[in-house]
Design a protein around this ligand. Structure first.
Ligand code: GNR
Ligand code: NI
Length: 170
């Protein structure tokens, strides 16, 4: 089922996700909804927080359009280490229409559980590393806008507020 993606400044985007204690059928169904919602958007990643589910889960697929899809599921993720720095032009499904340069670590080492609950470790760079940090931020209630300087932050806030005011509340 495709879920509704929350848009900034929705307060629910500021809530941290809770640990997933057990990989139940309900959790697997949620993961499937998240993947479906991400592909429909379309987006490179989606965090549970973005659909109002306050759990530590995100999904990522960085495959190019002409490649077969490669879904990566991260449950209870933990960034173990980071290395270097990059500036990346990011988008966020919770900030429709906005792209902003964000400073991120160039490489990350992450540990998480997959859709079956199996723990894995992964070293990532480039878009995958950036996406992991972006999604991990969502699980802490942290957003792209928090990484901007005061001027860009105010501009983006105003733009999103205006958009929200013009939108009928669903
Ligand atoms: O679709 C998305 N694209 C993207 C591009 C650069 C860096 C991060 C991202 S994630 C974003 C989808 C999203 O909002 N995930 O939370
Ligand atoms: Ni996002």
């Amino acid at each position: 089922m495709i879920r509704t993606i929350l848009h900034y400044p929705d307060k629910r985007l500021r809530e941290p996700g809770l640990k997933v204690e057990a990989i139940t059928p309900a959790i697997k169904a949620l993961v499937d909804d998240m993947a479906e919602t991400m592909y429909a958007a379309p987006g490179v990643g989606l965090a549970a927080t973005q659909i109002g589910e306050l759990l530590q889960i995100f999904v990522i697929d960085i495959a190019a359009e002409d490649e077969p899809s490669r879904l990566q599921v991260f449950i209870n993720p933990e960034i173990l280490s980071t290395e270097g720095e990059v500036c990346w032009k990011e988008g966020c499904l919770s900030f429709p229409g906005a792209t902003e340069e964000v400073e991120r670590a160039a490489k990350v080492r992450v540990r998480a559980q997959d859709r079956d609950g199996k723990w894995f470790e992964l070293e990532a760079e480039d878009l995958l590393a950036v996406a992991i940090q972006h999604e991990n931020d969502h699980l802490q209630g942290r957003l792209m806008i928090d990484h901007l300087g005061p001027l860009k932050k105010r501009l983006l806030h105003r733009k999103m507020q205006k958009r929200a005011d013009a939108q009928p509340t669903p």
